[in-house]
Design a protein. Structure first.
Length: 101
């Protein structure tokens, strides 16, 4: 069941699940069909509003790139420290195992 509400600046698509109409499990394939249909409708709406959405998505991408770069660098340094500590501990364990045998 699909409801399409059209407001002046906005188109809202509401997809209701068919579980309340058909409680049996023999309609599981309809869920995939609903998902594909919803994807197609959402893609159409996105294409229709592309000129309005593109600047917003572009700004979001640039801001996230600015904020993520320092975080990625600090995480890289922490991972390198952890790898160094783990490798030294592994070498100690290997040496102790060699001495026991």
């Amino acid at each position: 069941l699909l409801l399409l509400l059209q407001l002046r600046p906005l188109v809202v698509v509401v997809v209701l699940s068919s579980d309340w109409l058909f409680p049996h499990n023999y309609l599981e394939g309809s869920t995939m069909l609903t998902a594909i249909f919803t994807f197609v409708v959402g893609t159409g709406i996105g294409a229709f509003n592309a000129d309005k959405l593109k600047p917003c998505l572009s700004d979001t991408f640039h801001i996230s790139k600015q904020k993520a770069a320092p975080l990625a660098k600090s995480m890289s340094l922490k991972v390198q420290e952890g790898v160094a500590a783990a490798s030294s501990a592994a070498k100690e364990k290997m040496n102790s195992m060699k001495k026991k045998s």
